[in-house]
Design a protein around this ligand. Structure first.
Ligand code: ADE
Length: 428
């Protein structure tokens, strides 16, 4: 435990000043969240509430946590991924912000869940999750605490899928706001954030020239679309793999080649999984890959690349080729050994090998979390124990504020246009 009077488990308290500098830099690109923070300071909508947050511990998250604190909340934080933790940020949260933070980059499975438990020991009234590990742990291990919780927010597609499964099974015991499904989250964070930061992670890990490379992007949801677009923008030849006919058709009409992975595996030079599913790259694909193939994951959990199968079929010693790059050698059908390079242990490459989504896009996502927390606090006891969408008016307000900070001016409909849009009698 470190950090004077604030509780926490962090790697190195001496990193706090670096963290402070980087958090302030990110804040410069988060004007919408900043305006919410200023209002929260005046109105204190979260007074007396404890927030337990299980999020990627990054500079952007620090600015969200500061906003919740400005609103009157006591905040405890842990990581939603062991490799995305920025140790300087964790140190600064403890030293400067009195936010009890339990996060050490590279923490193992046991310490990861120990940190979630440390947050739950604070008896949160509101939970903030990215992937549903906090909510799942609370429901499974601490049912006696569930009555204390007034609601929660969830950041990501995978988390919302898990929460909807809990709702369908009738076990969800408090209301959750699915921030992921807000238009101001999904259209920008998932597509532009994941698109840019995934390429950033791959490039930082490998120093690869993207132009002319054969990329295979598995999954064409909003995140996969972003990755495919950005790879193409840098000159890659992109193939998409899908299991959903609508998305496959969308990819074809967006100008991508769509193939089964069994075929794409032979030609691809860089593979990126962004499906939310498991075992997307597995033994039969590794066996077909070219020498030097790079495999990376940008889906929430580290289950998309089957590393157990890859380890089992590897010959010789596994080798660290560069930080964040592990080299496995497998025997190919022609008998020649081939190297497969796995980035960031198959965990989110954008958050492990780079810094995650840029602050300007997290501004939108985290504005949604802050306003959802305010809504849950205001309407406590009124919302059913289900997964709720962000109200459309909140979505529109966040978009309006963001446009304002960008200096972008829209048109207003005229009176006759409003009347036309509201009528059903006018036709051809
Ligand atoms: N998810 C993706 N990018 C992120 C970031 N920069 N901070 C927090 N969560 C994220």
């Amino acid at each position: 435990m470190t950090g004077g009077r604030t509780r926490g488990d962090i790697a190195d308290p001496s990193l706090a000043s670096l963290g402070r500098q980087r958090i302030a830099w990110a804040d410069g690109d988060m004007p919408v969240l900043r305006s919410i923070r200023e209002r929260f300071e005046r109105e204190r909508p979260l007074d007396g509430l404890v927030v337990g947050a299980c999020l990627h511990v990054t500079t952007e998250t620090a600015n969200l946590l500061k906003t919740l604190k400005a609103g009157g909340a006591t905040v405890l934080a842990c990581a939603s991924n062991p490799l995305s933790i920025q140790d300087d940020v964790a140190a600064c949260l403890v030293a400067d912000e009195a936010i009890a933070t339990f996060a050490v980059k590279g923490e193992n499975h046991e310490r990861y869940y120990g940190h979630i438990d440390a947050v739950l020991d604070g008896h949160p009234h509101l939970t903030m999750d990215d992937g549903c590990d906090l909510v799942s742990r609370l429901h499974q291990r601490r049912p006696h605490q569930l009555g204390e919780v007034i609601g929660g927010t969830e950041d990501t597609t995978t988390g919302v899928i898990r929460l909807r499964a809990m709702e369908a099974a009738g076990v969800l015991r408090y209301p959750i706001v699915a921030v992921n499904d807000a238009e101001t989250k999904r259209l920008f964070d998932n597509r532009h954030g994941t698109g840019q930061s995934t390429l950033d992670g791959i490039i930082r890990a490998t120093n690869l020239l993207v132009a002319g490379k054969r990329f295979v992007v598995a999954g064409y949801g909003s995140c996969g679309k972003g990755v495919a677009e950005r790879a193409r923008g840098l000159g890659a030849l992109v193939t998409v793999t899908e299991i959903d006919p609508l998305r496959a058709l969308e990819a074809v009409m967006d100008g991508f080649r769509v193939e089964p992975m069994a075929v794409a595996a032979r030609e691809g030079e860089v593979f990126v999984t962004v499906t939310g599913n498991t075992q997307v790259l597995r033994a039969e694909h590794f066996a077909e890959m070219r020498d030097g193939a790079i495999v990376a994951n940008a889906g929430h959990f580290d289950v998309e690349i089957d590393l157990v199968q890859l380890e089992a079929m590897a010959v010789g010693r596994r080798r660290t080729a560069r930080p964040m790059v592990e080299e496995f050698t497998v025997n190919s059908p022609d008998g020649a050994p081939r190297r497969i390079l796995v980035l960031a242990e198959g965990r989110l490459v954008n958050l492990s090998a780079a810094e995650g989504h840029p602050a300007a896009v997290m501004d939108l996502s985290f504005a949604n979390h802050a306003l959802a927390a305010e809504w849950l606090a205001r309407d406590r006891g009124k919302l059913s124990n289900r997964v709720h969408g962000v109200p459309a008016a909140v979505d529109a307000e966040i978009a309006r504020l963001k446009l304002q900070t960008m200096g972008t001016v829209m048109d207003e409909p005229s009176e006759s246009q409003r009347a036309y849009l509201a009528s059903w009698t006018a036709g051809t």
